[in-house]
Design a binder for this molecule. Sequence first.
Ligand SMILES: Nc1ncnc2c1ncn2[C@@H]1O[C@H](COP(=O)(O)OP(=O)(O)OP(=O)(O)O)[C@@H](O)[C@H]1O
Length: 290
Amino acid sequence: MELQIEQVSKSYGAKHALSGITLKLKPGVTGLLGPNGAGKSTLMRMLATIEKPTQGRITWNGVDIAGQPQVLRKELGYLPQDFGVYPNLTPLEFLEYIAAMKGMSARSARTRINELLEILNLSNDRKRLLGGFSGGMRQRVGIAQSLLNDPSLLIVDEPTVGLDPGERIGFRNLLSSLSGDRIIILSTHIVTDIESIPTIALMAKGRLVKYAAPENLIQTVEQKVWNCILPAASLPEMQAKYTVSSAIQRSDGIHTRIVSDLRPSANATLLPASLEDAYLYTVSSLGVQP
Ligand SMILES: Nc1ncnc2c1ncn2[C@@H]1O[C@H](COP(=O)(O)OP(=O)(O)OP(=O)(O)O)[C@@H](O)[C@H]1O
């Protein structure tokens, strides 16, 4: 099983949304991380065969999906960013409707739907109208519909938006349990969502900037993360000069976490680096607002 992205670019008129993306994905989870406008959704829409590249090609097990989208579609699960539900249906009715559109038999759909409602903790709400669901509950219904056909390629665009902290953790565990022999691609601009994912594709300005394991990304900022204790008045000046990843008010001043090649002040001390530091450092060095 292989998904190959070869020199893919996408333009909308004069706007270059993606430029020369090349990636080869094998079974496992890949996290697409990048600030707003990086091109994550555009790439995912092309992988989901909703749009075609302006240049380059995407192949699924060697077949170009622009010419033969059906080869991939039957093995695809997709949760788009702007996923909407029909408010007057229950989760059960909604999932039965999607399953019928995917060509599943009523019998196998019913078994799979029951399984998914259980996994996604929706069994007790199976007969309530979706219109009354919270954002997190709707998102779980969206995840359920993407898994109906037990897809070999699962694409989920910003799946944790609207989830509360407990649901986020539940979703992370669900993804790990699903990985096995399938390719999963998940996009986010929230670093903590993908800390436990084995491979990260970092995007900015329509380009693939890094493709590496989280620990390798963290290594790039080892010995570059500093704690400076500042008087409140100096914070704006430091923020203008350096990449500040956090600033916490304490009794002895503002504990400011700075990512910088050089020691930012005489009293600065080194801190262990995190994935968030690596992300901020990489994206800021490209002149992009993280
Ligand atoms: N249909 C479209 N027409 C014109 N421009 C578009 C279209 N879709 C995306 N773009 C532009 O392409 C760029 C990449 O957008 P995209 O939505 O893929 O980014 P993203 O990384 O998913 O960001 P976000 O997290 O905000 O969704 C942006 O500048 C966006 O405005």
